[in-house]
Design a protein around this ligand. Structure first.
Ligand SMILES: Cc1cc2nc3c(=O)[nH]c(=O)nc-3n(C[C@H](O)[C@H](O)[C@H](O)COP(=O)(O)OP(=O)(O)OC[C@H]3O[C@@H](n4cnc5c(N)ncnc54)[C@H](O)[C@@H]3O)c2cc1C
Length: 552
C-alpha cells in the first residue's frame, strides 16, 4: 500500500488488475477498532432456499398451504419488476401481485439509513436520459423530476448533481474530473499519454456518429462493424491500437469496473466504447469542443441513490407488493402459470396462479425457477458471468479534513485503487456547513478474468466483514488519514452476483434477443437482457415485458 499522504505510485498502477491490487492490500489488513458495523441488506439464506428447491431439498414446493388466482404475477421487485407491474396496471390489469424475495422492493436500487441520514445500498445515480430512453423520460415527467418547456428538458435542480461533481486523488493532491491530468504524470509520460487520449477520443467521436450506442441498447443500429467490436475484449481492442498509456488504461479500466463490475480484460470492446459513445463521449484535455476532459452531462442523484426512484415505483403497488416471498418454481400449464413462493414470515408455501407472468429476476435465477426453461434461457444463462460487488456505507461523526487541490465533490476517486472511491450522501444537502455524513464506498470485484472473479466472490462471501471494512478504510485513508478516527459505523452490503458482465458476444447474443421478444405466457424482464445493468435498461425491459404480458 502507498504510504499515507502520497498517491499510489506509477508502479502500483501498473500492477493494477483488481486481484493483484487486492492481494497488495491484504498485506495491510487490520481488524476494525473504534467503530461498529456488519453485513446488511441481503439474505443469503433466502437465496439458498432456491438452490435447495432446484436440488429437490425444498420438498414443501409440492404441497402449497394456500392457492390464489390473480390477473398477473411479477416475480422480483427490482427496477425491471416494478416497471413491469406499472405497465400492467397502466394497461388495465389491476389485479397484479409482485413477489419479492427480500423484505423491501428495489433490488440493486435499494436504500439504507445511518445516523438518521439516507444513503444508497447499490445504485446511486441516473444520467439525464437521452432521447431514445422514452420510457424513462415519461417516468421522470410523471414524478416531477423533469418537465419539457418550449421543447427543452428542464430538471428539478435539487436532484441534478450539484457541482463539484467528481475529483481524482493523484500524486498527493485532488484534481477536478476523473481522467488523470497529464501534468500530474511523470514528465516522460506526458506526451505519449496526451497522444493516447486524443487517439481514443477520435475513435469514440467517430463511433458516436453511427447511432449505434443508444440507450436502451435495443434501439441502437446494429452492423457488422459493431459485431466485430462485440467479438473481442476492450483490452485487446486497445492493445491492437497501441493505446497502452498507463493513465489512459487505468481510467478506462476504472470506467469498466464502475459500469460493468469487471475490468477491460473481461468486457467486450463494444461495451467499453458504449460507456463513452452512448452518453458524454471522451474529451481529450485541450480539445476545443468546450467539454470537460471526461464528460459532464447531467446526473440525477439523491441521498439514498436510485432508491428514491424505486420507492416511488413501489408506492402505487400498495398491497400488491408481497415482500418476503422466495419464488421457488414457475410451472407453465396449458392456459395458466403456477408460481410457488415460500412465505418467509409464515414459513409456508403459497401457490399463485395467473395467465400473465413476468419473471424479473436475473436470468440465472429464472433458469432455475422455470420448470421447463426455454432453450434460449438455458443458453443465455450458461453464457453469463455475474460480477460480485461490495458497497460500504461509512457513518462519520464529523467532516473530514481535506487535502490540497479540488474541493470535496460528490464522487471522489483515488488513482490506482482497487476500489472505485466514494460518494457523499450529504452532497445534495443545502446545509451551510460540512458536518456528519455518510460516505458510500464501492468495490467491483469482477476482475479481469473468470478466475479473478471467482476468487473475488469467494473472499467476499466467506471473509469477515471487519476484514473488508479494514481494507476499505485503508484504501480511503490514503486520501483521508483522519477517516478512521471519525468513523462510527460501517454497514457493508455484499452482492455475490450483482450484475451481468457484457462479455464478448453478449451484445450479439441471439438467445438474449429471443428472450426479449414477446413470449407465449411467461415474459422475461431484467437488465441482464441487455447484458449490462443500468436503470434505463432495467426500466425498458420491465415496461416492455409488462406491456407484452398485458397484451397476451
Ligand atoms: C453496487 C451497484 C451499484 C450500481 N449503481 C448503479 C447506478 O449508479 N446507476 C444505475 O443506473 N445502475 C446501477 N447499478 C445497476 C443496477 O443493477 C440497475 O440500475 C437496476 O437496479 C437493475 O434492476 P433489475 O430489476 O434489472 O435487477 P435486480 O436489481 O437484480 O432485481 C431483481 C429482483 O429480483 C428479486 N429476486 C431474485 N430471485 C428471486 C426469487 N427467487 N423470488 C423472488 N424475488 C427474487 C431480487 O431480490 C431483486 O429484487 C448498480 C448495481 C450495483 C450492484
Amino acid at each position: 500500500m502507498s504510504p499515507v499522504g502520497r498517491g499510489p505510485t506509477r508502479r502500483s498502477v501498473l500492477a493494477a488488475g483488481s486481484a493483484a491490487a487486492l492481494s497488495m492490500l491484504s498485506g495491510c489488513e487490520r481488524r476494525t477498532e473504534g467503530y461498529e458495523g456488519g453485513w446488511v441488506g441481503a439474505s443469503a439464506e433466502r437465496g439458498h432456499l432456491l438452490r435447495g428447491a432446484a436440488t429437490g431439498a425444498a420438498s414443501a414446493a409440492s404441497a402449497p398451504a394456500s392457492s390464489r388466482r390473480v390477473g398477473a404475477i411479477v416475480v422480483g421487485a427490482g427496477i425491471a419488476g416494478l416497471a413491469a407491474a406499472r405497465a400492467l396496471m397502466r394497461a388495465g390489469v389491476d389485479d397484479v401481485r409482485v413477489l419479492e424475495l427480500e423484505d423491501a422492493a428495489g433490488g440493486n436500487s435499494r436504500g439504507h439509513a445511518l445516523g438518521g441520514m439516507r444513503c444508497p445500498l447499490g445504485a446511486h445515480y441516473l444520467p439525464t436520459p437521452g432521447a431514445s430512453a422514452v420510457e424513462v423520460i415519461e417516468l421522470l415527467e410523471q414524478l416531477g423530476v423533469r418537465k419539457t418547456v418550449h421543447g427543452r428538458a428542464e430538471y428539478d435542480e435539487r436532484m441534478l448533481c450539484h457541482s463539484p461533481q467528481e475529483r481524482l486523488f493523484i500524486e498527493g493532491a485532488w484534481r477536478e474530473g476523473l481522467l488523470p491530468p497529464v501534468e500530474a504524470l511523470v514528465a516522460g509520460e506526458r506526451a505519449a499519454t496526451l497522444a493516447a487520449y486524443r487517439s481514443f477520443s477520435a475513435a469514440v467521436t467517430e463511433l458516436g456518429r453511427a447511432e449505434a450506442f443508444e440507450i436502451p441498447t435495443a434501439r441502437s443500429r446494429w452492423s457488422p462493424a459493431l459485431a466485430a467490436l462485440d467479438a473481442t475484449t476492450f483490452a485487446a481492442w486497445l492493445d491492437a491500437r497501441g493505446l497502452q498509456a498507463p493513465a489512459l488504461r487505468w481510467y478506462l479500466d476504472y470506467c469498466c469496473r464502475d459500469d460493468y463490475g469487471a475490468g477491460a480484460g473481461q468486457v467486450s470492446a463494444w461495451a467499453g466504447l458504449h460507456y463513452f459513445a452512448s452518453r458524454h463521449g471522451f474529451h481529450a484535455p485541450g480539445s476545443d469542443d468546450g467539454q470537460p476532459a471526461d464528460g459532464g452531462d447531467g446526473v440525477l442523484t439523491w441521498p439514498e441513490g436510485n432508491a428514491w426512484l424505486a420507492e416511488r415505483l413501489a408506492a402505487p403497488l400498495g398491497e400488491r407488493l408481497l415482500a418476503g416471498r422466495v419464488v421457488l418454481r414457475v410451472r407453465e400449464g396449458r392456459g395458466e402459470v403456477d408460481v410457488d413462493a415460500w412465505n418467509v414470515a409464515t414459513r409456508a408455501l403459497e401457490r399463485w396462479t395467473a395467465a400473465r407472468v413476468v419473471v424479473a429476476t436475473p436470468l440465472f435465477v429464472a433458469a432455475r425457477l422455470l420448470e421447463s426453461p426455454p432453450s434460449a434461457l438455458r443458453t443465455a444463462a450458461a453464457a453469463m458471468r455475474h460480477a460480485p460487488w461490495l458497497v460500504a456505507n461509512l457513518q462519520l461523526a464529523e467532516a473530514l479534513d481535506d487535502r490540497p487541490g479540488a474541493p470535496p465533490s460528490w464522487d471522489n476517486v483515488p488513482y490506482g485503487s482497487p476500489g472505485l472511491g466514494y460518494v457523499d450522501a450529504m452532497h445534495q444537502s443545502t446545509r451551510p456547513f460540512a458536518g456528519p455524513t455518510v460516505l458510500t464506498a464501492y468495490w467491483a470485484l469482477g476482475g479481469n478474468s473468470a478466475a479473478e472473479l471467482e476468487a473475488g466472490r469467494a473472499r467476499l462471501l466467506h471473509e469477515d466483514w471487519r476484514l473488508w471494512a479494514g481494507r476499505i478504510v485503508a484504501d480511503l485513508s490514503v486520501m483521508h488519514p483522519d477517516l478512521a478516527g471519525k468513523l462510527r459505523r460501517a454497514d457493508l452490503m455484499r452482492y455475490g452476483h450483482a450484475m451481468s458482465i457484457p462479455l464478448p458476444g453478449a451484445r450479439s447474443s441471439a438467445a438474449l434477443a429471443a428472450l426479449a421478444a414477446p413470449q407465449p405466457r411467461v415474459q422475461f424482464a431484467h437488465a441482464d437482457l441487455s447484458s449490462y445493468s443500468v436503470f434505463e435498461e432495467a426500466f425498458f425491459h420491465g415496461t416492455r415485458a409488462g406491456r407484452a404480458a398485458a397484451a397476451a
